[in-house]
Design a protein around this ligand. Structure first.
Ligand code: ADP
Length: 497
């Protein structure tokens, strides 16, 4: 099958979160399964720092955005360890900026225009290159206009004849909502600006538009696929999603086992496997303690947290528990993340007050993220909601026992340590339900108690997690199945029109 894959961030070219990991890995897995994939993303300023060679192409683009014709150019690279072409859409005014989507906590004010341009540029480039395409796979709001254009303005225009579309929702909380006049930028007829398609409480909603027009929709875990059809997690789009429930599925993300693998990870002080994890983790812990100026003691429990400092990640639960524990309990905390200024300030204050047992790392640092997974005994991720989550899977692969809230992909990947799950040999971590500090504290206390007094159980949790198959194999097969089903349905429906 020929797949055109479009996303706003792709590892190793640009990354702000898990979307980039997924979009850097899934195309490679599809190629390994025998499919032809081409990938499109914007040429942000940061892509120049990427080690992958990037070369110009002769393809010049002229893209209508509202009443303007915007010029752009296509650059070309490859996904590492693959033959997959990555086409980077260059347009300096839109993409040659410090960040991907905004600065100092504020989104760029022209984000709608930037991604209208990007989506149209992808289609224009595919047309100029006469790409053979069976299916266009769009990801999140930034590329959600692709299914809209392919079912309106570009319907059956070569080379898009019979092209099927899939929209993957990586996080429903980010929808690309803009004032209604931005509809003019899309160049689409106002007739689509209605509550069933592109309009949402008077605004233009790009994700909703994609949900309305894509042939199939999926999200990144089965539990999240169910949750987003309810009012609690539906972010206002539960009605739109319920309306498409027969076309909506959940496919769990996998992890890139070339990159996230403790037996070959170049960032670690000592590489290890499930056969020597005790020594490996102890050596990495001591090394990280020295590096971060923490008390050096490999028997002290270390709790790791890596992720965006956003309320989604449960900081309103973590901070009160952390503050209490730092005063009374001998546990080391290592945090890596950037995000909401109020969390940054509180975490820096804690670092000042408790230098020997608290390390706050306010940065985006890939190497440190790997070291934290390897060095920590426990990994905390009590998200309010979590479409899939990658860090809990990384932590299990690295033998760091996850403590999570049972929601979305966390519920689908972390099996709670209780009698039944220990007996049947599936337990991999600790999970709790209510979004309350005391529930987190209980789970954390249970984990620390098990670490200190229940060696046999702890070993089992670590080893179950490390032995699990977190690779993309099963999920890639599910994506291929979904592509095939979507394409067949699309072609059948079109024959009957
Ligand atoms: P989300 O996509 O919601 O941010 P995920 O757990 O799915 O959460 O993925 C987060 C990804 O971003 C992981 O690869 C994680 O290691 C990485 N990450 C997040 N913050 C940082 C940071 N400050 N430094 C390095 N990596 C980070």
């Amino acid at each position: 099958m020929n797949i055109l894959f479009a996303a706003s961030e792709i590892e190793p070219f640009a990354k702000s979160g898990g979307l980039a990991d997924v979009c850097g890995t899934l195309p490679r897995e599809l190629e390994a399964a025998g499919h032809e994939v081409v990938v499109f993303m914007p040429a942000y300023r940061c892509v120049r720092r990427c080690e992958q060679p990037i070369t110009p192409t002769s393809i010049e683009l002229a893209v209508p955005v509202g009443s303007k014709l915007i010029s752009g150019r296509l650059l070309e690279s490859r996904l590492p360890n693959s033959d997959i072409p990555v086409y980077l859409v260059e347009q300096a005014d839109y993409f040659d900026r410090n960040e991907l989507y905004g600065e100092n906590g504020e989104s760029y004010t022209d984000n709608c225009e930037r991604f209208v341009f990007f989506c149209r540029a992808v289609l224009e480039a595919a047309r100029l290159m006469e790409l053979e395409i069976d299916l266009v796979h769009a990801n999140d709001w930034q590329t959600a206009l692709l299914p809209v254009y392919l079912n309106t303005e570009f319907l059956d225009a070569p080379p898009f004849t019979d092209v099927a579309t899939l929209l993957t929702i990586h996080n429903l909380a980010y929808q690309g909502r803009f004032w209604h006049w931005d509809m003019l930028l899309t160049g689409l007829d106002w007739k689509y600006f209605n509550w069933r398609q592109m309009e949402f409480y008077g605004q233009l909603n790009l994700l909703k538009s994609g949900i309305a027009f894509a042939d199939a929709i999926n999200t990144v875990s089965p539990t999240y696929a169910t949750e987003i059809q309810g009012s609690e997690q539906g972010c206002g789009l539960e009605g739109a999603l319920q309306g498409r429930s027969s076309d909506l599925s959940g496919i769990l993300n996998g992890i890139d086992s070339l990159v996230w693998n403790p037996s070959r990870d170049p960032y670690l002080a000592m590489k290890y496997t499930v056969a020597n994890w005790r020594e490996g983790k102890a050596r990495n812990k001591v090394s990280l303690q020295k590096q971060l100026g923490l008390q050096v003691n490999d028997s002290l429990p270390m709790v790791g947290i890596v992720g965006r400092l956003a309320s989604q990640k449960g900081w309103d639960l973590i901070l009160p528990v952390m503050k209490q524990w730092l005063k009374t309990i001998d546990v080391q905390w290592v945090v890596l993340g950037t995000g909401q200024p109020e969390y940054e300030t509180e975490l820096l204050n804690l670092q000042h007050a408790h230098q020997d047992k608290f390390s706050m790392n306010l940065q985006f640092n890939e190497g440190l993220a790997h070291m934290i997974e390897a060095a920590s005994d426990m990994f905390l991720m009590p998200s309010e909601f979590e479409p899939c989550g990658l860090n809990q899977m990384y932590s299990m692969a690295y033998g760091s026992v996850p403590i999570v809230r049972r929601t979305g992909g966390l519920a689908d990947t972390v099996i709670n340590c209780n009698e039944r799950n220990l007996d049947n040999g599936t337990a991999t971590g600790f999970s709790f339900g209510p979004f309350l500090p005391q529930s987190l504290e209980q789970a954390l206390a249970k984990a620390v108690c098990c670490f200190q007094n229940g060696q046999a159980t702890w070993n089992l949790l670590v080893e179950n997690g490390m032995k699990n198959d977190w690779s993309w194999a099963a999920s890639t097969a599910r994506y291929v199945e979904l592509y095939e089903k979507t394409l067949t349905l699309r072609r059948q429906t079109h024959q009957h029109v």
